[in-house]
Design a protein around this ligand. Structure first.
Ligand SMILES: N[C@@H](CCC(=O)N[C@@H](CS)C(=O)NCC(=O)O)C(=O)O
Length: 209
């Protein structure tokens, strides 16, 4: 097994934290995204989507989606359970993760990639060179603020995003909040439940992964 990673990118960090929570380390290759290594023929042959993370299996298959990688790891190493312990928990945690991705990560990505110098022709990850659209950056900021306020409400009466236990929903949300800070979208002071939870999850050793 080989994990294709990039230590500065938020997406593979979700997998690294997941592995750290399981107490696992995998052989890892760093992909130089700034240098365009994701577009080389060798990388494209493995993942035509030109993104990391990718988990290359000994069978020759390559899993190129964060949640699919985590699901695979969870099946091989069920403890500690990070994706739910029964059908209801698994379904609900999947709901949270999808919501965090659609309303959080994609909103922040919209804000970040449509405004950052250096990403002028890279407004979305993937093989297509896409131009930045400033109005999408503005829309992304609006959506991201709405998402952070929603997350605060959710955390007002739950220790963790999914409920009483730390799960992949917390990993996804923590990486999202840290990514938001890079896009100058830090959660405002008054979102105190979000700030309490963020301090909590950031103090776990896995957060350094
Ligand atoms: N489909 C992937 C997307 C992951 C993704 O967007 N990765 C970014 C890094 S955070 C990437 O590889 N970007 C390459 C680029 O910007 O060219 C997943 O969710 O697992």
């Amino acid at each position: 097994m080989m994990l294709y990673d990039c230590s500065t990118a938020p997406s593979p960090r979700r997998v690294r934290i997941f592995l750290a929570e399981k107490g696992l380390t995998l052989p890892t290759v760093q992909v130089d995204l700034r240098g365009g290594e994701q577009f080389t023929p060798a990388f494209r042959a493995m993942n035509p989507g030109c993104t990391v993370p990718v988990l290359a299996l000994d069978s020759g298959a390559a899993i190129s989606d964060i949640i699919a990688i985590c699901r695979y790891i969870e099946e091989l190493h069920p403890e500690p359970a990070l994706m739910g312990r029964d059908a209801e928990e698994r379904a609900l945690i999947e709901c949270w993760v999808r919501r965090i991705e659609w309303d959080g990560i994609y909103a922040i990505q919209e804000a970040f990639r449509n405004s950052m110098p250096g990403l002028e022709h890279r407004a979305l990850p993937g093989p297509l060179p896409l131009e930045q659209i400033p109005a999408l950056a503005e829309r992304g900021r609006l959506r991201a603020r709405h998402f952070l306020a929603w997350l605060d409400t959710r955390l007002a009466d739950h220790a963790f995003v999914g409920g009483a236990a730390f799960t992949i929903a917390d990993i996804s949300a923590m990486v999202t909040v840290d990514f938001a800070a890079r896009a100058k979208l830090d959660p405002p002071e008054h979102l105190r439940h979000l700030r309490r939870w963020h301090q909590d999850v950031s103090s776990r050793p896995s957060a350094k992964a």
